[in-house]
Design a protein around this ligand. Structure first.
Ligand code: AMP
Length: 285
């Protein structure tokens, strides 16, 4: 099936309806475009999970804060469509903001506790923007299965909670973080980094490795792991911590001790670029 590119949400909804009527299972991967191997890993798994694979490319304005990078977010629609073709995408849904947010738009979806702390505190309104757009995309595309990356761990937790709470009949699949050979987590925002910043950014994954090693060697005290993690990041000039936190890997509740699978989540500014990374630390019992 050749790639269909659909900018219109009504047309997309009708196509989705046809797929369902034909008894086809719809797999869906939502993205903001500027696709990299992390996105492609979601598409490849989606290809295996569904009869029809739908990709959305939409830089969602309502999930960006006023001082964030909406205006300069990297875009490359022709390149993305080529990657989509190669990954076996059937439909690329590529709406304009004016299509998604028509005049008078005033409704939002808020997931509460699990959207607090971490990026939720640092990016006010972000997860309301995410939950709202994902709800709209789910209604338009009507997927049976939707795939998200663990790179955005809290986002995945918010979507899982929302799907449960609002009875979306959709299977949510979380996929592992895809990294560059030097372990930098892939991100569209890596395009902002200069060569020197790119090197400095490696401290994020090194911090995850350090914490993992501490836990492997028996450390259970969250404060000690956090202080070692912060010290390592602070040792690199030009890198500024936004947050470093340990949370229960399922509930995202704060933890004092690492006795169960525990999320280490890191956000830091490398120059002006805000990067995030995370790892689940699992103590041996
Ligand atoms: P984005 O375009 O940044 O909104 O990301 C779209 C989807 O791709 C989200 O579910 C992300 O979690 C996922 N994603 C982004 N980067 C990676 C990565 N390095 N590995 C795996 N998934 C990723």
């Amino acid at each position: 099936m050749p790639l269909e590119v659909i900018p219109d949400k009504r047309e997309m909804a009708i196509r989705a309806e046809e797929f369902r009527r034909d008894g086809r299972r719809i797999a869906f991967v939502p993205t903001m475009g500027f696709l990299h191997a992390g996105h492609v890993s979601l598409l490849e798994e989606g290809r295996r999970r569904g009869d029809v694979l739908v990709l959305s490319i939409f830089v969602n304005p309502i999930q960006f804060g006023p001082n964030e990078d909406l205006a300069r977010y990297p875009r490359d629609l022709p390149g993305d469509l080529e990657k989509a073709r190669r990954a076996g995408v059937d439909v690329a849904f590529v709406p304009e903001p004016a299509q998604m947010y028509t005049e008078g738009f005033q409704t939002s979806v808020e997931v509460r506790e699990i959207a607090r702390g971490l990026c939720g505190d640092k990016r006010p309104g972000h997860f309301v923007g995410v939950a709202t757009v994902v709800t709209k995309l789910f209604h338009i595309i009507k997927p049976h299965v939707a795939l998200f990356g663990e790179k955005d761990y809290q986002q995945l937790a918010v979507i899982r909670r929302m799907v449960l709470d609002l009875d979306f009949d959709i299977e949510v699949l979380g996929m592992p973080i895809v990294r560059e050979p030097d372990e930098l987590a892939m991100s569209s925002r890596n395009a902002y980094l200069s060569g020197e910043e790119r090197q400095k950014a490696l401290v994020l994954s090194r911090t995850l490795n350090l914490a993992e090693e501490m836990v492997r060697e028996g450390e259970r005290d969250a404060a000690r792991v956090l202080s070692a993690a912060r010290a390592l990041i602070n040792s690199v000039g030009g890198v500024r911590i936004d947050y470093v936190d340990l949370r229960d890997a399922v509930t995202l509740a704060e933890v004092a001790r690492i006795e169960r699978p525990t999320l280490l989540a890191v956000a830091a500014f490398v120059g002006k670029t805000r990067l995030i990374d995370n790892r689940v630390l699992t103590p041996r019992s």
